[in-house]
Design a protein around this ligand. Structure first.
Ligand code: ATP
Ligand code: MG
Length: 308
């Protein structure tokens, strides 16, 4: 079972309109109303792919109840950790005429020390059954580096590989723990290195994270695919041009595909290729819905791998 940990899940609401016009009531179609946030998305994709998963979510208020109930309805094994503050909302607005996408994200809840200790305890309680422990999504600024260190410690004590997809100080804290896998996007890696995204040498930065103790680093590069750095592996995976609909959930779907590849016993490079194909395939659907398996296979076959 792949155990995901989402300290700040969301309720994602996506609405589509033909033209955005100010000061008018506009006819809109609700295309998505579902729970989201890094680990939640990863678990939802894994569940749809029939890969066993459980999702630990810190949930508060009515939005938090909606996160839990929607995951239960979807058949995902969910472990809610109650918090006092309200779970956040993400509103996605898609304008058909221009293809423009707007994402409005309410602020992350503040968690108390007892609350983050409860998340760590929930991880500890399920760790024995896990094949990977995946900490993913935004981590509230109220959580100290100790939170990430504790999740890493619990993973290590249970002998379970620790996988991280987050940003900011929590990503820096995660790298210090020598994780099994980190999946920063270009922007997240640039922020970690303290450089502007267009000045980032992502290959050198990924290698540096491996030297700092991360076993594998997969840098996702949007339309340019991904770069993989691991022991004896340094390769760029290209992804073919696609008819882009929405990048919502692309990184999380990519990570889920990568974990599926690793679970199937593929090498790091082959698993990353599978992840990139899943990430690109979900861009063909609005709101990060799953893509057809045939589409994933087609995109995977069209990739080019450039070793460096
Ligand atoms: N325009 C695109 N065309 C094809 N594939 C894409 C495109 N954008 C994203 N992808 C796919 O999704 C994967 C993840 O995308 P990206 O690098 O933007 O990560 P992300 O985690 O969604 O970014 P962030 O967390 O910074 O918003 C890419 O590796 C690629 O497979
Ligand atoms: Mg991401």
């Amino acid at each position: 079972m792949i155990l995901t940990v989402t300290p700040s899940p969301t309720i994602d609401i996506s609405v589509e309109v033909d033209h955005l016009e100010r000061d008018h009531k506009l006819p809109a179609q609700l295309s998505t109303f579902q729970p989201g946030g890094g680990g939640v998305n990863v678990s939802r994709v894994l569940h749809r792919l029939d890969v066993a998963t459980a999702a630990i979510v810190a949930v508060g208020g009515t939005p938090g109840d909606v996160v839990t109930s929607r995951l239960v309805e979807a058949g995902v094994d969910v472990v809610p950790v109650p918090i006092a503050a309200s779970t956040r909302w993400v509103e996605l607005l898609h304008e058909r005429a221009t293809g423009a996408e707007y994402r409005l994200v309410t602020s992350t809840p503040t968690l108390t020390t007892d609350e983050w200790h409860a998340i760590v305890a929930a991880v500890e309680a399920r760790a024995a059954d896990a094949t990977f422990i995946v900490l993913s999504g935004g981590i509230p600024p109220s959580l100290p580096p100790d939170f990430v260190h504790e999740v890493a410690r619990v993973s290590s004590a249970a002998g379970v590989p620790f996988v991280v997809d987050t940003s900011g100080p929590s990503l820096a804290a995660a790298v210090e723990t020598g994780p099994h896998l980190v999946k920063p996007s270009r922007n997240e890696l640039a922020a970690l290195m303290g450089v502007a995204p267009d000045e980032l040498d992502h290959e050198a930065a990924a290698r540096q994270l491996v030297e700092r103790g991360a076993r594998t680093v997969v840098v996702s590069l949007g339309p340019e695919g991904a770069f993989v750095a691991s022991d004896g592996v340094a390769a760029h995976i290209t992804t073919p041009p696609i008819d882009m609909v929405s990048t919502v959930g692309a990184g999380d779907t990519m990570l889920a595909g990568l974990l599926v590849g690793l679970t199937e016993g593929r090498s790091v490079l082959e698993a990353a290729r599978h992840g990139v194909a899943h990430g690109s395939a979900t861009c063909l659907t609005p709101g990060g819905e799953p893509a057809e398996a045939a589409e994933v296979a087609r995109l995977e076959a069209a990739q080019v791998v450039l070793t460096s």
